[in-house]
Design a protein around this ligand. Structure first.
Ligand SMILES: [Zn+2]
Length: 367
């Protein structure tokens, strides 16, 4: 089996970096389209316009209609074609970015991703999730390539809601444990090959940074102030987590999130929060199947969750006293929601997951 590694073409990150955005992207052409939602446009429009004028580039803004659908991608594609655009930017959260990826993939124009929060590992990857008009998940598809450039302004992130940063830490924190499981099982990553040593090292580094700087980064966003700790955690949430998950693979942590979204509708928890809870379930499953409870590791994880405010129990997820039926539904959906649950180095059945969920509920539940 070959090894493979993919990443965005370029990754730039820094305080106020979008004020000089066009010095970094001007080589892509003269006419740019920015896909952005109604809220985010107020945060970045003036800065982007000023930078484009200084670089003598033209800019049009396309307001996103809030859902990452096929129709929306085609609508935007029409505007891009009518305006002779040279490159596309997607500025905002996951759905804007996913739609910009789809559009760029279809018209083969360069893509610049500008995440305005650090809530998930999506910006750097070649994956795009499509929904229907009602927001129901349809499929996750892979683009021909990763974004040409990801530009992260850490001052913008410092001013985003703190819950987004914490959710991103949950998503990023899972990366190492899922990479470890994929490493042990020898499974393939999202790029078709096995993980490189580099990818595994990035997943570990991601974990180390969060444990050391997570609390401090959260505090700086609470005060809406940039800090060196925030800079490090943003790199963990966006670059290390993104390159880490794509090049190592996901496992139970993400499978549990997918299973919960299928069993509990509407699912009120952010992606990274659900994945964080999934990491707890994954660790408990590993300890139970191997008949070896790693108390040191589990305490380290729990202490981190408590210190930054990530969910580790059903109660934290807002589900008090989950019924046996609900636990079974989550277990079945977890195992049938795609390949992630089956990337572990042992066989995972709904019964295995169900017993882990019971154990998690006993450890921290109300009953
Ligand atoms: Zn994720």
């Amino acid at each position: 089996m070959y090894r493979s590694l993919v990443s965005p073409g370029k990754y730039y990150q820094g305080k106020d970096i979008i004020e000089n955005l066009f010095t970094h992207i001007k080589y892509m052409g003269n006419r740019y389209a920015v896909l952005v939602d109604e809220f985010v446009i107020g945060l970045i429009k003036d800065k982007l316009v000023k930078s484009s004028e200084e670089a003598e580039c033209q800019l049009i803004f396309i307001i996103f209609n809030n859902e990452s659908t096929d129709d929306e991608a085609n609508r935007i594609l029409g505007i891009i074609e009518d305006n002779g655009i040279d490159a596309i930017m997607g500025a905002g959260g996951g759905k804007v970015i996913d739609t910009a990826k789809l559009v760029s993939d279809r018209c083969n124009l360069p893509l610049v991703v500008i995440p305005t929060s650090a809530a998930s590992d999506a910006p750097c990857s070649a994956a795009s999730v499509i929904y229907d008009e009602k927001g129901t998940f349809i499929k996750s598809s892979r683009m021909k390539k990763n974004p040409d450039m990801v530009i992260v302004d850490t001052n913008v992130i410092a001013n985003a809601p703190v819950r987004l940063l914490v959710a991103g830490m949950g998503d990023a924190f899972a990366t190492y444990y899922e990479a470890r499981a994929c490493h042990q099982s020898g499974t393939t990553n999202y790029t078709g090959g096995r993980h490189t040593e580099a990818a595994f090292a990035l997943a570990k580094l991601c974990n180390d940074i969060l444990l050391e700087y997570g609390v401090e980064a959260k505090q700086s966003v609470e005060m809406k102030e940039w800090s060196e700790a925030l800079e490090k955690v943003v790199e963990a949430n966006i670059l290390l987590s993104g390159v880490g998950f794509e090049n190592n693979g996901c496992a139970i942590a993400h499978a549990i999130y997918n299973g919960m979204t299928a069993a509990i509708k509407p699912f009120p928890i952010m992606h990274g929060e659900g994945v964080a809870f999934g990491t707890i379930v994954q660790l408990v499953t590993e300890y139970m199947v191997n008949n070896q409870w790693n108390d040191e590791e589990f305490k380290e994880v729990l202490n981190f969750y408590v210190s930054v405010g990530l969910p580790y129990s059903f109660e934290n997820l807002g589900i008090d006293n989950p019924s046996d039926q609900l636990l079974m539904e989550i277990s079945e959906a977890t195992c049938s929601s795609g390949p992630n649950a089956h990337k572990m180095p042992f066989e995972v059945t709904p019964q295995v997951i169900y017993e882990s969920l019971l154990r998690v509920n006993k450890l921290y539940g109300l009953n």
